[in-house]
Write a protein that binds this ligand. Sequence first.
Ligand SMILES: [Zn+2]
Length: 244
Amino acid sequence: MKSFFHKPTFKVDDIISYAELVAVENTNVQKGMNFQIRPEYSIFLMSVRKNAPYEDEWDEKTNTLIYEGHDAFSNWVKKPKEVDQPLTTPNGTLTENGKFFIAAQSYKMSLVKEPHKIKVYEKIKEGIWCYKGFFNLVDAKIVNTGKRNVFKFYLKPVEFISKKKEVELPHSRLIPASVKVEVWARDKGKCVKCGSTENLHFDHDLPYSKGGTSLTAENVRILCMKCNLSKSGKILSLPPIFLS
Ligand SMILES: [Zn+2]
């Protein structure tokens, strides 16, 4: 297991620009689904905003992120939204849907020991992204919407507490996108303490350990890294991106 699993460069709920995302991943992430962008993990970009192109959703009961597969490219078919999402390309190679589908089925059938790891970044608004952490790809299905077949990928949030041990991250620790959008607008994209617009993070006013919920905007605010550190009194090892 590589060290970045327990030393992520971003912390969950860090607010980042697209340039920072690219700097950390060391590559242009341009597609929504990026299978094995590194040998150890893949990347999903997601958006749960009203006008988002795909219907990604949280299932709060099962603590699962349900990520919709992607449509055929418009140079393959005339109306991508009206035909089944493809498993293969016109050349017969697997699409990203196909690669993730097989990875999920392989895990379900115990052909591989470990579920496939996916890092998720969420778009809050144009140019503003949020890091959501690592997820395990535990299942994939082809679902009929009444009009066509689409892929659904089922992801469980995980936290690495040591090199070898991971635990499921409770849903209450993940701030929903709707709350982030509301907090971003209310706090005007700035640290509420010092007004900084750099190294921002969605902060829980009341720590989870004291019963703070992340499900409402009242308990979430924007803090910069400096104010966040002085609040907690902790010295954290700074990710390299913040040291330049
Ligand atoms: Zn600040």
